[in-house]
Design a protein around this ligand. Structure first.
Ligand SMILES: Cc1cc2nc3c(=O)[nH]c(=O)nc-3n(C[C@H](O)[C@H](O)[C@H](O)COP(=O)(O)OP(=O)(O)OC[C@H]3O[C@@H](n4cnc5c(N)ncnc54)[C@H](O)[C@@H]3O)c2cc1C
Length: 496
C-alpha cells in the first residue's frame, strides 16, 4: 500500500512539469511552486534571447508521452518550445497545480514531527507563509542565478555611457545597432549573441573566450544530422565508463587504435568543415577528452563571420575596463560600448538549510546524488533535471519516473542508504580521477553517457524491456517513444 502524499515541485520548467506529471499520475497531490510569472523555465519568453533555438533535435528534446508537433523544425525555436511545454502542462492538468509568482525562500524539517519539509513561500507583494509537504522535488535547473563578474574600472566604463549586461538579459537586438559589442564567453549563448549582434548592425563585434573549443555543427560534413553520429550507443561505448569490468576494460584497450582513428577522423572533418585553421580556432584539447554537457553546437554563421572578420575572436578574459575600452588579460585593448557577459550561471539550492547543503555538495562543488536524483541523507527530497545532458527533457522525464517510485519505495531495485552512499563515492572517484570532464557543472551531467544512465534508471524502475537491441539499439539515437513503451513494462501501482 502506498499512501498519497502532498508533494511540492519547486520550479515549472521542463523538469518541474515532468515531476508534476509523474507524481500526479501515481495518485499524489501536487503543488508546483514557480517564482516567475509563467511556466517554461529557461524557455519562458521573458528570459529568452532573440533567435534562441534548441541545440537538441526535436525528437530528443521531448517527453516520452508527447512528441513535438510535426510542423516544428528539427531544432525548434524558443517560442515553439515554450508552446510545447504549455500544451503539455494543459493536457495533463499540470497548469491547475501551478502557483506562479511564488518563490521558495527557505525550508526546514516539519515542525509537527511527520516526515517531510516545511517550505517558506513568498509570493509577489505578499507576506511569507509556511506550508508543510510530505515530499519535495527540487526542479530549479542549472541556469537560474546569473554569474557575476566585476572588474576594475567598471564604474567609469558605465559612467561614460558603456553598458554591461548578462547574456540572459540580451533580449533586445536593437541594443547592438551601431555599437561596439564585446561578448565574453565561449558557450552557444555567447556565439549566438555575437552572430545576432552582427546581424543587428553592430559597428564591431568581438568575442572573448579562454581558448577555442570543439563545436558541433548541426549537420556533420554538411550532410548528416549530428544526432546520428554523436548520440548513438556505438559512439558512447568508445568512452571508458564507470565501474567497468576487467573484460570491458580489455575490450576497450584492444579497440583503442580504432577508437583513436574515429576521434581523429571526426576532428579532421570538423576542422575542414568549419575552417577552424583559417579562423585560428583549432582547439588544443583532444575532442574525446572534453565531451560533456558544455560542448556547444556551432551557431550557424559564427565561423564564417570569424573568418571574414565580422567577428573578432580574442583568447583570454577581461582584466579591467578603461574609459570606453576593455583591457584583456593578454593586454589587448578593445573599444566597447556594450559588454555582454555570457559567463553562465551559479549552481546551487539556495533555500536548502546549510547543514543539508553540506550533505548535498562536497567542498570541491561536486554533488552527492545517487543516479543524480537522490541523496540518502536528505530524506523526502529528490532532484529532477539535475541529470542534465544533450536531451534534458528525456532525462528529466525518466528521472521523474524514477523519483516517484523511489519516494514510494516502489523501485524494483530500491537501494539501501549504504548502497547509495557507496555508489555516490564510486561516481565521485570516476569524475575526480578517471574522467575529469565528467565533473563539469558539479558533476551534474550525464553526457556522453546517456544510454548508461538510462539503462541504470530503467533497471532500477523494473522495466521488463529496458533498451533497444540489435543494430537499431547501437546505431540510433535515444527514442522517447521507445522509452514510453519500456516504462509501461514496469510494475503498475497507484497511491491510494
Ligand atoms: C538558451 C538555452 C538553450 C538550451 N538548449 C538546450 C537544448 O537544446 N538541449 C538540452 O538538452 N538542454 C538545453 N538547455 C538546457 C536547459 O536548461 C534544459 O534543457 C532544461 O530546459 C532545464 O529545465 P529545468 O526545468 O531543469 O530548469 P529551468 O528551465 O531552469 O527551470 C527551473 C525553474 O525553477 C524556477 N525556480 C528556481 N528557483 C526557484 C525558487 N526558489 N522558487 C520557485 N521557483 C524557482 C525558475 O524560475 C525556473 O522556472 C538550454 C538552456 C538554455 C539557457
Amino acid at each position: 500500500m502506498v499512501s498519497p502524499k502532498h508533494v511540492c515541485v519547486i520550479g515549472a520548467g521542463v523538469s518541474g512539469l515532468a515531476a508534476a506529471k509523474a507524481f500526479s499520475a501515481r495518485g499524489h497531490r501536487v503543488t508546483i511552486v514557480e517564482r516567475s510569472g509563467d511556466l517554461g523555465g529557461v524557455w519562458e519568453p521573458a528570459r529568452s534571447y532573440p533567435e534562441v533555438q534548441t541545440q537538441s533535435p526535436k525528437d530528443l528534446y521531448r517527453y516520452t508521452d508527447r512528441a513535438m508537433p510535426e510542423a516544428y523544425p528539427e531544432w525548434p525555436t524558443g517560442p515553439q518550445v515554450h508552446a510545447y511545454l504549455a500544451g503539455y502542462a494543459k493536457s495533463f492538468g499540470l497548469d491547475r497545480m501551478l502557483r506562479l509568482d511564488t518563490e521558495v525562500a527557505g525550508m526546514a524539517r516539519r515542525a509537527d514531527g511527520k516526515p517531510g519539509w516545511m517550505l517558506t513561500l513568498t509570493s509577489k507583494g505578499g507576506t511569507p507563509s509556511n506550508e508543510d509537504f510530505d515530499f519535495v522535488a527540487v526542479c530549479t535547473g542549472q541556469f537560474n542565478e546569473p554569474r557575476e563578474l566585476h572588474c576594475r574600472g567598471e564604474g567609469s566604463f558605465l559612467d561614460q555611457g558603456g553598458q554591461i549586461l548578462h547574456s540572459s538579459t540580451y533580449g533586445d537586438p536593437s541594443l547592438a545597432k551601431g555599437r561596439r559589442v564585446v561578448v565574453l564567453g565561449g558557450s552557444k549563448s555567447a556565439t549566438d549573441i555575437a552572430v545576432n549582434a552582427v546581424k543587428s548592425g553592430a559597428r564591431e563585434v568581438t568575442i572573448v573566450m579562454r581558448e577555442p573549443v570543439w563545436r558541433i555543427p548541426y549537420f556533420i560534413g554538411g550532410l548528416v544530422n549530428f544526432k546520428r553520429i554523436l548520440y548513438i550507443r556505438a559512439q558512447e561505448e568508445m568512452f571508458p565508463g564507470w565501474g567497468a569490468s576487467p573484460m570491458a576494460r580489455l575490450a576497450l584497450r584492444l579497440a583503442a587504435p580504432l577508437i583513436w582513428a574515429n576521434w581523429r577522423g571526426l576532428e579532421s572533418l570538423l576542422k575542414a568543415q568549419l575552417k577552424l585553421g583559417r579562423c585560428k580556432m583549432v582547439p588544443k584539447e583532444r575532442i574525446e577528452d572534453g565531451v560533456n554537457c558544455s560542448v556547444p553546437i556551432a551557431t550557424p554563421g559564427f565561423y564564417p563571420m570569424v573568418a571574414d572578420g565580422r567577428i573578432k575572436a580574442v583568447f583570454g578574459t577581461f582584466d579591467h575596463y578603461e574609459a570606453d575600452s576593455i583591457v584583456m588579460s593578454g593586454g589587448e585593448r578593445i573599444g566597447a560600448d556594450v559588454a555582454v557577459l555570457a559567463i553562465g550561471y551559479k549552481l546551487g539550492v539556495p533555500f536548502l538549510p546549510e547543514a543539508y547543503k553540506q550533505k548535498l555538495v562536497d567542498a570541491d562543488g561536486q554533488y552527492r546524488l545517487y543516479r543524480l536524483i537522490a541523496n540518502p541523507d536528505l530524506p523526502e527530497l529528490g532532484f529532477v533535471g539535475f541529470n542534465s545532458s544533450f536531451c534534458t527533457v528525456l532525462c528529466a522525464d525518466l528521472a521523474a519516473n524514477w523519483l516517484v517510485r523511489y519516494a514510494d519505495r516502489q523501485l524494483a531495485k530500491q537501494p539501501t542508504a549504504q548502497a547509495m552512499r557507496d555508489n555516490i563515492e564510486m561516481m565521485l572517484q570516476f569524475k575526480r580521477v578517471e574522467r575529469p570532464a565528467a565533473g563539469v557543472y558539479g558533476g551534474l551531467c550525464v553526457a556522453p553517457y546517456h544510454y548508461r544512465h538510462f539503462d541504470e534508471l530503467m533497471a532500477d524502475i523494473g522495466a521488463k524491456e529496458q533498451k533497444r537491441r540489435g543494430l537499431a539499439g547501437h546505431f540510433q539515437p535515444p527514442d522517447a517513444d521507445a522509452y514510453a513503451k519500456f516504462l509501461a513494462t514496469a510494475p503498475e501501482y497507484r497511491a491510494a
